[in-house]
Write a protein that binds this ligand. Structure first.
Ligand code: SAM
Length: 213
């Protein structure tokens, strides 16, 4: 599985391509300080798209919200702008969360790996958001159920999935299965151009509602 970081000056050109979780941690450790600048220069809008979608179904001011893979906090900023006032940030990279801390919008930070069971109670949050996690070299659909179980029954989980991994990393099949089993309702499933500066890049913004029973 490969991760690639693309050049802000030469859109479409990969400046870094590397496999594996350890390498991914290394990349974010070193990218943390200028992540916001680089990603915004590429016209990155996934946090706003996924937070807008979530706010169409949940009153974000009504309880705690989990920002999974919060990174430097761009996703938290998008949630706060829509009324969230208790946001917990969770990420595997402490360096990324150090940058998020500076934004002063999170109630607490939790270091955790989204691909294994999470260190939080079932149903602890009214909603969860995750942007930029479900992409090449990061995490596949295996993380959907642990994150969903952090949301209370009837609550929603909004996330972006890079189109290139939608089928390959199991998102299409897993979401269809969860729906068939009556465990979620799919409220939104919309392809969007999340990198205005990079032609051909699309993400799929999904909102799932956890079934009440
Ligand atoms: C592209 S950034 C997205 C950050 C933020 N949500 C945003 O949209 O700007 C991806 C984030 O996922 C985190 N990450 C990658 N793999 C992870 C995992 N297995 N568990 C938790 N976080 C992970 C990285 O540390 C990084 O902060």
């Amino acid at each position: 599985m490969a991760i690639s970081v693309q050049s802000a000056d030469r859109p479409g050109q990969h400046v870094l391509r590397a496999p594996g979780k350890a390498v991914m941690r290394f990349i974010y450790r070193h990218w943390a300080r200028n992540y916001d600048k680089v990603i915004r220069k590429l016209g990155y809008r996934a946090p706003e798209f996924a937070a807008d979608a979530l706010a169409r179904h949940v009153d974000l001011s009504s309880g705690p919200v989990l920002d999974m893979a919060c990174g430097t906090g761009l996703s938290g900023l998008a949630l706060k702008a829509l009324g969230a006032n208790r946001i917990d940030g969770m990420d595997i990279s402490t360096e990324m969360m150090q940058q998020a801390r500076k934004k002063g919008i999170y109630s607490r930070f939790i270091v955790a790996d989204a691909s294994v069971p999470l260190p939080i109670e079932d149903g602890a949050y009214i909603a969860a958001l995750s942007t930029g996690l479900f992409t090449n070299g990061h995490v596949g659909a295996i993380a959907l159920e642990p994150i969903l179980s952090a949301v209370r029954p009837g609550g929603c989980f909004s996330f972006s999935v890079h189109s290139s991994v939608w089928k390959r990393l199991g998102f299409k099949d897993t979401i269809e299965r969860l729906e068939r089993e009556g465990r979620v309702d799919v409220l939104e499933n919309t392809p969007m151009k999340h990198m205005e500066g990079l032609a051909g890049q699309t993400t799929i913004v999904v909102v799932l509602r956890r079934s009440a029973s």
